[in-house]
Design a protein around this ligand. Structure first.
Ligand code: GLN
Length: 534
């Protein structure tokens, strides 16, 4: 029988509940337990796939093609969990399936209510994941006190009541702010947020206190007393510049032992945290760095390219280099030009996106990298911009574009396949999830992956228009990766360049600090060589 750890958040959003959950997962694994992590999101959308990146941040894609919350990216990066559709459930999905069952007559004449029908559905989503693991970690999205999260909180309260006392554990992440004018650390928001939980019948046993300053013993004692928590279970979650240090920060305060104690599980005297210590050592001691320009449409929001920034950091770890990010809005690029905005960068990434805004700035960036032989990695829309740029400026197809942007375009080098033309709904209908890609030898990609068949994750509708194959080949574009039936272009490259690779898939989703994406590692290596003029 698996144990359940429920993680709630209080006071404000953006306290890093996803990273805290992932770090707890890493700590449980360091004691030899098999875990899984799921996120329950209170919003009514069925998934974040149709939301703007400015609203929601990155949409993380799993192998099985689910469009999910970006916290699942943290779960995969920190732990051995392979997330799937089931690892992210929204209120929208819960209501959708309850209403479908009602229409099918499955409730036999009953009145359908939040309790028990919605809560039963939520509970089954949580327990469904418990089959092959020792511990299920369940993160509840949103902040306690929100109307939307009430059914989720009610469900975990019920699960606790229906389980043996050592089988469930409630952890609450809260904010302990420091008020500069008063020069004081304040515990009241935490007291109030725990009070809301207690009103709905949840008594948290561990508090993770997000704070910018270390918490004194007095403050911990006060929080413990007012929130009905043991003092040693008041954990300081101090701000850090390195998210990968968080498992170690928690471990130093015995959080792993406290959790396992509550769950009545065996504690390893010497948990296996060496790999974490090693990457932190690398990141703290590395002196050399490379400057990477990221030219995208959603630069303003830190979370929109989360996995890209993380994968770059992993590529840095693999090469013992720090990454300096130069983030540039592709609309600004249209006005000011790459020569001015990308001076002194050692490599450039053009990431994914939707819609025409800022696309010309991306195309101009690709041209700049191609002509000036600056290491370049294009991803998804980045590949499509590469195709358009090459068509216009190398093949002489002056009106080349994607039909996403100009539906009636006379030279549609990027277009929709018939199956996508027939789609009438936007949600969940893109080419999603892991697909195979054959790589040709003698390519940058083969040198990176050292394999002829790879699987990477996709999230797009448009494809390279293969009727232009010959034209592009004639002009020396290298089709380095294709689908096994050779109908879809997965990777394009250029020869006589330090590193020029664009992929239709998203290699960033599978990158981990301990298993960096091969393409990102090779890209960073090329950037370092470029910087050093090697
Ligand atoms: N908008 C493009 C498409 O749908 C690219 C998508 C992306 O970059 N994820 O094909």
């Amino acid at each position: 029988m698996a144990k359940f750890i429920f993680i709630t958040g209080g006071v404000v959003s953006s306290l890093g509940k996803g990273i805290a959950s992932a770090s707890i997962g890493a700590l449980m694994e360091s004691h030899g337990y098999k875990i899984t992590i799921l996120k329950l999101d209170p919003y009514i959308n069925v998934d974040p796939g149709t939301m703007s990146p400015f609203q929601h941040g990155e949409v993380y894609v799993t192998d099985d093609g689910a469009e999910t919350d970006l916290d699942l990216g943290h779960y995969e990066r920190f732990t051995n969990t392979k997330t799937k559709k089931l690892n992210n459930t929204t209120s929208g999905q819960i209501y959708y399936s309850v209403i479908q069952k009602e229409r099918e007559g499955k409730y036999l004449g009953k009145t359908i209510q939040v309790v028990p029908h919605i809560t039963d559905e939520i509970k089954s989503k949580i327990t469904d994941l418990s089959k092959d693991v020792d511990i299920v970690i369940c993160e509840i999205g949103g902040t306690v006190g929100d109307i939307e999260s009430l059914p989720f909180l009610e469900s975990i309260r019920q699960l606790h009541l229906q389980s043996d006392s050592h089988d469930t554990l409630f952890i609450h992440l809260t904010l302990v702010p420091y008020i500069k004018a008063a020069e004081e650390t304040k515990t009241k928001p935490t007291q109030h947020s725990v009070a809301i939980l207690r009103q709905i019948g949840i008594l948290p046993q561990i508090l993770l206190c997000r704070t910018e300053k270390p918490l004194s013993d007095d403050i911990k004692e006060k929080i413990a007393l007012f929130c009905n928590i043991k003092k040693e279970a008041v954990i300081e979650a101090i701000d850090t510049d390195l998210i990968y240090e968080i498992p170690l920060i928690f471990h130093r305060q015995n959080l792993d032992k406290i959790i396992l104690g509550f769950l009545n599980l065996k504690i390893k005297p010497d948990p296996d945290l060496l790999k974490w210590k090693n990457i932190i050592h690398t990141l703290r001691t590395t002196k050399n760095s490379v400057k990477i320009g990221v030219v995208g449409k959603y630069i303003k929001l830190q979370d929109s390219y989360k996995s890209i920034y993380e994968a770059l950091t992993h590529g840095g770890i693999a090469n013992k280099l720090k990454i300096e990010f130069i983030k540039i809005d592709s609309e600004a690029m249209e006005k000011e030009g790459p020569g001015k905005l990308l001076k002194n960068v050692d490599g450039i990434i053009v990431p994914g996106g939707f819609g025409i805004r800022g696309v010309e700035g991306m195309i101009e960036t690709v041209k700049y990298c191609r002509e000036n032989k600056i290491p370049f990695l294009g991803i998804c829309l980045g590949l499509q911009c590469t195709i358009i740029e090459f068509a216009r400026h190398v093949c002489g197809l002056k009106n080349a574009h994607s039909t996403e942007f100009i539906p009636e375009c006379p030279q549609p080098v990027v277009c929709l396949l018939d199956e996508q033309k027939m789609m009438t709904k936007l949600g969940g209908t893109m080419r999603l999830g892991a697909y195979p890609c054959k790589i040709i030898k003698n390519s940058f990609s083969f040198k990176a992956y050292r394999e002829e068949l790879i699987y990477e994750r996709h999230r797009h509708r448009w494809e390279f228009n293969t009727s232009y194959f010959d034209e592009f080949k004639k002009n020396d574009m290298v089709f380095a990766g294709l689908s096994p039936d050779e109908k879809l272009v997965e990777i394009v490259e250029l020869k006589n360049h330090p590193f020029f690779v664009a992929t239709q898939f998203h290699p960033e989703f599978k990158s981990k600090p301990f298993a960096p994406s091969p393409l990102f590692s090779s890209f960073i290596k090329a950037c370092w060589k470029y910087r050093k003029k090697l």
